[in-house]
Design a protein around this ligand. Structure first.
Ligand SMILES: Cc1ncc(C[n+]2csc(CCOP(=O)(O)OP(=O)(O)O)c2C)c(N)n1
Ligand SMILES: [Mg+2]
Length: 581
């Protein structure tokens, strides 16, 4: 017998993960996946067990976004998988490459009423790039390898590998299990069953001994053609007021983020950053604008969308004036053309395209007046916010709170955004520190990403301060994960903007329907919940407590503790009129 005879399927999966550089596996256990978890741990992969399968997928998603290597989650069959659907869809819409490994009932028992046995393909397939249904042990390793490649290629996204439990144990145990199931009866049906099951097991293990270990292959990133580059250079040469919008997809090659930032700086074009690209240019780059994007887009005569589709966030393309030259850089042809046909479509990686473009175009002083005009407006708006932050109320002014976070948070802090109004305010007030230092759900607008994203971020970036900017409504989804933070020694600072309600919804609902039904929450003691899980809880009811509370939270996090700061907010009109549909 060769070594491969003894290597069970669970270890083949673990070995393939290891070959692809996976250091952490997020999971919630189940009998269907035990051999994978055990083998992965034996191979030195850190197993982070969470309290809800959605968290495992959110954490894998964050890992992928921050490292560029697909994050991995493993969940059990049936309800373990159904629990991940929202997180999977969120990752698909955010174009985040991750690998979800799901258990399944034994191959011979599928469709026969086995525990947790459902047809998982129709449920999962719409949300992933591919659903790998494994039938033989030797397919396990190669499927994981292909899943890695596929998740990162073209338009990145999640991939699912379904691993039936009887492929994951060693051959001797499985043979015995099937032999026992076949019984010792002598009737013709009994003998037929034995024959059938014997053949089934032979098929399952066919070729397993000869299978080679999987090795990782380098990922090839798609590049736009030369015609697109010529088109872009020509458009910019004629432009007096160009504007660049860089979004999440432009930073999917995480290792290139710094070079992309340098390139954007050299281009000399004023920039707005969105999604995962926020922070790309650091805290205060002279080319980066944060406010009045809509007005800037209306004024620009040439708009470059790097990894940004014309979806609801750009009012379906209507924010860009008709006469402007539109340049769309995108890995997806569909996204590049969404709602509006671009004059130049650069189909490929937007970040790499911008790097090439910066070698051909150097704006220098050409656009200085235009940059200064936008910059002036930006500074004016910042001054207005400063003024609004000075208003004192009964409890805490959210603008003042976020200004204090901006002041105190570490120079390399990571921010995770999960909520409505308060988080919307934070996205204006907080200046992400650097590339890949801001995580939000993306186009799916999913509440509840916070705990999982923070878990993935803290583990992918050990030693860095991780803040979750939470709405009080949003924090409820993942509060139980304070248990995970404590068990795994993951220090995060959860800042809960407690306005006792689902305010983003209430704001419009009350105005339109004069009814606050289902939008009202209480000033719940979320800090006490965190403390109940063994974390640190701090409550802040008044403005003068903000500064010391945040300082204390940072101190505790630096000691390796998870902290929840529950801040009672005053109402503010800051977000009045901002509704996304
Ligand atoms: C999973 C999910 N459910 C519901 C919504 C709809 N939604 C969007 S914002 C919001 C309110 C969020 O409340 P909270 O987290 O307290 O933030 P606030 O607006 O109060 O600052 C809701 C319910 C959503 N986006 N995602
Ligand atoms: Mg709220």
């Amino acid at each position: 017998m060769t070594e491969a005879n003894f290597q069970h399927g669970g270890d083949r999966v673990a070995q393939a993960l290891q070959a692809h550089g996976v250091r952490t596996l997020f999971t919630l256990c189940g009998g269907h996946i035990s051999p994978i978890l055990s083998a992965a741990r034996t191979r030195g992969i850190r197993i982070v067990d969470v309290r809800d399968e959605a968290t495992a997928v959110f954490a894998a998603d964050a890992t992928a976004r921050l490292t560029g290597i697909p994050g991995v989650a493993a969940v059990t069959a049936g309800p373990g998988i159904t629990n991940t659907i929202t997180a999977l869809k969120n990752a698909q819409l955010a174009q985040s490459p991750l690998l979800l490994i799901g258990g399944a009932a034994p191959t011979a028992l599928q469709g026969r009423g086995a525990l947790q046995d459902i047809d998982q393909r129709p449920l999962v397939a719409p949300h992933v790039k591919r659903f790998f249904k494994i039938r033989r042990v030797h397919e396990l390793g190669p499927a994981v390898g292909q899943a890695f490649e596929l998740a990162q290629s073209g338009v990145p996204g999640p991939v699912f590998v379904e691993c039936p439990v009887d492929l994951l144990y060693d051959e001797a145990s499985i043979r015995q299990w099937y032999a026992e199931a076949a019984g010792k009866g002598t009737s013709i049906p009994d003998r037929l069953l034995r024959f059938y099951l014997g053949r089934h097991v032979r098929n399952m293990f066919h070729g397993a001994a000869a299978a080679q270990p999987v090795t990782a292959r380098p990922v090839v990133h798609p590049r736009a053609d030369d015609a697109a580059m010529r088109g872009a250079v020509a458009a910019l040469s004629k432009s007096g007021r160009p504007l660049l919008v860089i979004g999440s997809q432009a930073v999917v090659v995480a290792g290139e983020a710094k070079r992309l930032a340098d390139a954007a700086g050299r281009l000399g074009i004023p920039v707005y950053l969105s999604g995962m690209a926020r922070g790309l240019l650091g805290r205060d780059h002279p080319l980066q604008m944060r406010h009045q994007r809509r007005q800037a887009l209306r004024e620009a005569d040439c708009v470059l969308l790097a990894g940004v589709p014309c979806d609801f966030r750009l009012d379906y393309g209507r924010h860009v004036r008709r006469s402007a030259t539109l340049l769309a850089m995108n890995r997806s042809t569909r996204d590049a053309r969404m709602n509006r046909r671009p004059d130049v479509a650069a189909i490929g990686d937007a970040g790499l395209f911008l790097q090439d473009l910066a070698r051909s175009v150097s704006g220098g002083a050409r656009w200085t007046a235009w940059v200064n005009q936008l910059r002036g407006r930006d500074l004016h708006r910042e001054a207005e916010i400063d003024q609004q932050a000075c208003t004192l109320g009964e409890h805490v002014n959210p603008l003042a709170l976020l200004r204090e976070v901006e002041k105190q948070a570490a120079p390399d802090a990571l921010f995770v955004a999960d909520g409505g109004d308060f988080v919307g305010t934070a996205s204006y007030v907080l200046h992400p520190r650097g590339p890949l230092a801001w995580l939000d759900p993306g186009a799916f607008g999913t509440l509840g990403v916070g705990a999982g994203f923070a878990l993935g971020a803290a583990i992918a970036r050990p030693g860095r301060e991780v803040w979750i900017v939470f709405g009080d409504g949003a924090c409820g989804y993942g509060l139980v994960e304070f248990d995970t933070f404590v068990r795994h020694g993951v220090p995060v600072i959860a800042l809960v903007g407690n306005d006792a309600g689902w305010t983003q919804i209430a704001r419009e609902q009350v105005k339109m329907l004069h009814d606050d039904v289902a939008t009202v929450l209480a000033r719940t003691d979320y800090h006490a919940v965190a403390a109940g899980f063994g974390a640190e809880g701090i409550v802040v009811r008044h403005q003068d407590e903000v500064q010391p509370a945040l300082a204390r939270a940072r101190e505790l996090a630096a000691q390796g503790k998870a902290v929840l700061v529950n801040v009672w907010l005053d109402k503010t009109e800051f977000r009045e009129g901002s509704l996304s549909m």
